[in-house]
Design a protein around this ligand. Structure first.
Ligand code: 6PG
Length: 480
């Protein structure tokens, strides 16, 4: 008697895992499913078993045996120790050429380690970023796989089929070897942090100018019709218009002002620091969440003096337009920083990441999907070596046009005592990057003064040291 085997398996039947399994089944694949607690697997079968072909197993061995060889097995378990534990459980049952794909938000350095350990045993390990939340997993996420090109040959068609599409282009592409997929997803999340923080800053400024929450919701809805059009702006409008079921007040005013985080934004900044890539806006977004949750600090600072966060705005419509332009400019800077980190990391780790492909697969399905990403894709397609998105032919003129508004908004925020860390730091980044000469000569002079760290001269090659504590003569310490 021949038994039907599954095309692919999914481990982990929490919402993301079960939704991804259902998505695969909806696309005609026979899907093996497994969860540590069998009751959860049974629940998925009971609730959704009629949506496609599923094979539920109670044991890992039974699960692995139910999948056709070479096996494709997707892990949708908690990042960290649970991922390692699940891999250890699976390994004894695998055969040469089988593929384990980790679809969680794993740190890319863990993925590099796991890939090496698993490749040494003759299996493939594919660290894959998946974005789009629970709903996206079911209806079409953006998928960022790493791993070997051979494994993409097998997994790619299935992942592309279940991903979101723009026209007939799937929002899924191979990002590069080992940790490249999770690296790109990590930076996607860093940008996600910035995107949300600038939205929060814009909202707070509108409120400071006397605009009510309902009106702010309408403003965001309107912005979503133009060049700011994006998933996050769209759901901001919806979220702001929601009333608290208990009090009838705008829900946003009832939600405690502390934002949590699970780590991907922090990793983006940590990695940027290691790579020497300035991602100020993303870093400010991570720190803003940290400050929001730092109860002791906030309690200690409540009596500090400063303006009362009220903005006198003579022309409301003009101010709203200024905030819109400042939001667009700050958002572009965050993307510019994130793409700089992808480009630099891609070179540093030897992954040769196609930056245009990242923009391409983020156009739909993922949390940061936005109209702007088509524009960004075109810029990186035209110039794969584009160093700064800010300087791209279609972006720089717009930043020039929005410059005055951006500065007015940052100045107004500072004057009124409204914290707008990403608006302000993005502008500082822009100004530092465009300055023909910045303030670093002072730092370098001081480094040489107290630590003989040497300096370079504007008029000759080489490194130099000044005898600061002696006769102040200059010596050349190296020719380059
Ligand atoms: C996505 C999201 C998703 C999740 C993050 C949020 O792309 O679908 O980024 O991965 O919402 O874990 O991260 P924080 O909990 O750190 O905000």
């Amino acid at each position: 008697m021949s038994e039907q085997k599954a095309n692919i398996g999914v481990v982990g039947m929490a919402v993301m895992g079960s939704n991804l399994a259902r998505n695969l089944a909806h696309h005609g694949y026979t899907v093996a499913i497994y969860n540590r607690t069998f009751a959860k697997t049974q629940q998925v079968l009971a609730d959704h078993g009629d949506e496609g072909n599923f094979i539920g197993s109670e044991t890992v061995e039974g699960f692995v045996q139910s999948i056709e060889h070479p096996r494709s097995i997707i892990l949708m378990v908690k990042a960290g120790a649970a991922t390692d534990a699940t891999i250890a459980e699976l390994l004894p049952h695998l055969e040469q050429g089988d593929i384990i794909m980790d679809g969680g938000n794993s740190f890319f350095r863990d993925t590099i380690r796991r890939e090496k350990e698993i490749a040494d045993k003759g299996f493939h390990f594919v660290g894959t970023g998946i974005s789009g939340g629970e709903y996206g997993a079911l209806t079409g996420p953006s998928i960022m796989p790493g791993g070997t090109p051979e494994s993409y040959q097998i997994l790619g068609p299935m992942l592309e089929a279940i991903s979101a599409h723009v026209g007939d282009e799937p929002c899924c592409a191979w990002m590069g070897p080992n940790g490249a997929g999770h690296f790109v997803k990590m930076i996607h999340n860093g940008i996600e942090y910035s995107d949300m923080q600038v939205i929060g800053e814009a909202y707070e400024l509108l409120r400071a100018a006397g605009i009510g929450t309902d009106e702010a919701a309408e403003i965001f809805a309107k912005w979503n019709e133009g060049e700011l059009s994006s998933y996050l702006i769209e759901i901001t409008a919806d979220m702001l218009s929601q009333k608290d079921p208990q009090t009838g007040a705008p829900l946003v005013e009832v939600i405690k002002d502390r934002a949590g985080m699970k780590g991907t934004g922090t990793w983006t900044v940590m990695t940027a620091l290691e790579l020497g890539v300035p991602v100020n806006g993303i870093a400010e977004s991570v720190f803003a969440r940290a400050l929001s949750s730092h109860d002791d600090l906030r309690a200690a600072a409540t009596n500090l003096a400063g303006p009362d966060r009220v903005l006198q705005v003579p022309d409301k419509a003009a101010f709203v337009e200024d905030v819109r332009q400042a939001l667009w400019a700050s958002k572009v800077v965050a993307y510019s920083q994130g793409f700089d980190e992808i480009r630099t990391g891609g070179v540093e780790f030897g992954w040769n990441i196609n930056v245009a492909d990242c923009a391409k697969i983020w156009r739909d399905g993922c949390i940061i999907r936005a109209k702007l990403l088509e524009n960004i894709r075109q810029e990186y397609s035209a110039d794969a070596g584009l160093v700064s998105l800010m300087a791209a032919p279609s972006i720089a003129p717009k930043l020039a046009e929005y410059n005055d508004a951006w500065r007015r908004v940052v100045a107004a925020a500072v004057q009124a005592g409204v914290a707008a860390p990403v608006f302000a730091s993005s502008l500082a980044y822009y100004d530092m990057a465009r300055a023909p000469r910045n303030n670093a000569a002072v730092t370098q002079g001081l480094r040489d003064y107290f630590g003989s760290h040497t300096y370079e001269r504007v008029d000759a090659p080489g490194h130099y040291h000044l005898d600061w504590s002696g006769d102040r003569s200059e010596s050349k310490t190296s020719d380059n």
